[in-house]
Design a binder for this molecule. Structure first.
Ligand SMILES: [Zn+2]
Length: 326
C-alpha cells in the first residue's frame, strides 16, 4: 500500500479553521475517537479524517481494577496523567475491541492511530516516574505459561528473567496491536493503521521504551503502517530539534519499510517544525498537537505550508531513490 503524506492538526477544535487547510498545505485532521462531527467536517471540506483511538487508558478512580500492580505487590504510583492498564483485564479489553468494531463499521476514516498502546506510565515529562509492572497474579501466570518459566514473585522475575519479562510484555502489546490492525484492515482495507509511540530511542532511560512501555518497533511493525512518536519538546524538557534528531536516528531502530510521522506540539511551534523539515529522513507527513492555533494565525499557517512543501519534496526524492536511501 502506498501511504499518502498527511499533514494537519490534531484536535477536533481545529475544525473552526478547516476551510483554510488546503490553502496552507494541510490535507488531514486528526481527532479523538469516532467523532461524527469530525467526519462530517472532513467530508465537506475534502480533508482526510483520521481517528485517534484510545486503547489502554482509563480513569483509575472509577476503574481501580485496571491499575497495574508494581514490584512491591501494590497498585503503581500515578498522578494526574497516566496510561496503560493491567492487560489481564479481559472485560476491559473486550470493551476496547467492541468500541473499535463499532467505529469501523460506522465510519470510513482514512487512518486510525492507536493511542496508549503501552504498559503503564507517562513519558511526556522531563523526569518520568518509571515503574515495572504488571505483577498481578494473572499477569505473572500469563508470563509463566507463555515462557515455561516457574516464577512467582516480581523479585524472582526481575532477578532471573528480566529480558524475557520485557520481551513477554512487548509481545502482549504487539499481539493486541495485531488484533486491532486485523479488525481495521478487514473492515477498511485502505485504512492506514498508525500508532502513537513513546518518543525515546531504545537505549534512553535504561531501555524504558521496551522495558517499561513495552513498545518494540520490530514486533509492532507487521501491525503498524505509520509510527508517530510524540515529540512534545517543552513538556519533555527537550530541545526544539528533538524531532529532527529522532528522524536522523530512526534507521537504527525502526524497520526500513515502516513510515514515521511525527506529532509535534503547538507549544514548540514553529521551531520544532522548522527543524523537523530539515531532517535527512523526512517525516511522512506531520501532525500538530493543539494545531488549531497554528491555522488560526496566518503567519504560523504560512510557515506550515512552506515546511509541508519542503517535506513533500524530500519524501518524493526518497521515493524515487528507493528504500535504501535511508
Ligand atoms: Zn496484571
Amino acid at each position: 500500500m502506498s501511504l499518502p503524506l498527511l499533514f494537519g492538526p490534531y484536535g477536533y477544535d481545529a475544525v473552526d479553521t478547516i476551510d483554510r487547510f488546503a490553502t496552507y498545505g494541510a490535507n488531514a485532521l486528526w481527532f479523538h475517537g469516532f467523532n461524527p462531527s469530525g467526519f462530517e467536517a472532513c467530508r465537506k471540506h475534502r480533508i482526510a479524517a483520521c481517528v485517534e483511538f484510545k486503547t489502554f487508558r482509563a480513569d483509575f478512580d472509577t476503574r481501580p481494577e485496571l491499575i497495574p500492580i508494581g514490584v512491591d505487590g501494590r497498585p503503581i504510583r500515578y498522578g494526574r496523567l497516566v496510561q496503560g492498564v493491567c492487560l489481564s483485564q479481559h472485560a476491559f479489553l473486550e470493551e476496547v475491541r467492541e468500541e473499535l468494531i463499532l467505529g469501523i463499521r460506522t465510519f470510513q476514516p482514512v487512518g486510525i492511530w492507536l493511542d496508549y498502546l503501552t504498559y503503564a506510565g507517562w513519558f511526556e515529562t522531563p523526569k518520568p516516574d518509571l515503574q515495572e509492572g504488571c505483577f498481578c497474579p494473572d499477569c505473572i501466570a500469563d508470563f509463566c505459561q507463555a515462557t515455561g518459566l516457574d516464577a512467582t514473585t516480581p523479585e524472582q522475575i526481575l532477578r532471573n528473567a528480566a529480558n524475557r519479562w520485557t520481551r513477554h510484555k512487548c509481545e502482549r502489546v504487539a499481539r493486541l496491536a495485531t488484533e486491532y490492525a486485523e479488525l481495521i484492515r478487514t473492515h477498511l482495507p485502505e485504512c492506514i493503521v498508525g500508532a502513537y509511540m513513546c518518543p525515546w530511542t531504545p537505549d534512553e532511560f535504561d531501555g524504558a521504551l521496551r522495558r517499561i512501555f513495552a513498545q518494540d518497533y520490530t514486533l509492532l511493525a507487521p501491525a503498524i503502517d505509520v509510527f508517530t512518536p510524540l515529540i512534545y519538546a517543552k513538556k519533555s524538557g527537550r530541545p526544539a530539534a528533538w524531532g529532527r534528531d529522532f528522524l536522523d536516528q530512526m534507521p537504527r531502530f525502526i524497520p526500513q519499510d515502516r513510515r514515521v510521522q511525527l506529532i509535534l506540539d503547538a507549544m514548540d511551534y514553529p521551531d520544532s517544525l522548522l527543524a523537523a523539515a530539515d531532517a535527512r529522513n523526512p517525516s511522512w507527513g506531520i501532525q500538530i498537537f493543539g494545531g488549531a492555533q497554528v491555522f488560526a494565525d496566518p503567519q504560523h499557517a504560512q510557515v506550515f505550508r512552506s515546511a509541508a512543501e519542503h517535506i513533500r519534496q524530500r519524501a518524493a526524492e526518497i521515493a524515487e531513490s528507493g528504500p535504501s536511501f535511508r
